[in-house]
Design a protein around this ligand. Sequence first.
Ligand SMILES: C[S@@+](CC[C@H](N)C(=O)[O-])C[C@H]1O[C@@H](n2cnc3c(N)ncnc32)[C@H](O)[C@@H]1O
Length: 200
Amino acid sequence: MDSHWDRYCLDPKVEYNFAQVFGRDAPLFVEIGFGNGESLARMAAANPDKDYIGIEVHRPGVGHLLMLLNQQGLNNVRIYCHDAIEIMEHKVADHSLAGVHLFFPDPWPKKKHHKRRIVRPGFVDLLVRKLKPGGYFHAATDWENYAEAMLAVLSESSRLKNTSPTNDYCQCPEYRPLTKFEQRGLRLGHGVWDLIFIKK
Ligand SMILES: C[S@@+](CC[C@H](N)C(=O)[O-])C[C@H]1O[C@@H](n2cnc3c(N)ncnc32)[C@H](O)[C@@H]1O
């Protein structure tokens, strides 16, 4: 954290022009809740022509990603250690994102906690505002009833189009690496549901 914070972490109080931060105008992706960052680092390494902003509140996860970015000399990732909704609302320009990734968000399995889930109608409005036309939102979860709830709320938006040929879930695309939480879910015998919607 001490050695690499300044190189990779962004200050939530500062207004940035991300093209200036990255020194180029490349397609920009946000990953919300990257966990330990292993899959974000893998994606960034595989796509040097794209830029990534990872947002995560869990400091040890941020530390782990800092280590990976430094070890691999990656320059196409920046990090906010802050609440993703606040960053998306206030620091990301409208119609600026090529994609938003939300891989294995906290499932809040108890019914009384469902209101804490990140994908809700207000979140969908925020996504629609921040994505460019043609940009996409990709979520994955290992909780079937969260997948069903996401499918319902995303399908309700007239500004988003489901890319699934069956109008529900997608095959996991090649660009999405296996994540730590996904591996844990698979060990527990959970299924995995990917949802990919494009902004019209
Ligand atoms: C279940 S974990 C999944 C982590 C990772 N994507 C994976 O698949 O291994 C969910 C992550 O989202 C983060 N998170 C939850 N709410 C957040 C928020 N509002 N802003 C940023 N990160 C958040 C948590 O700290 C946690 O690391």
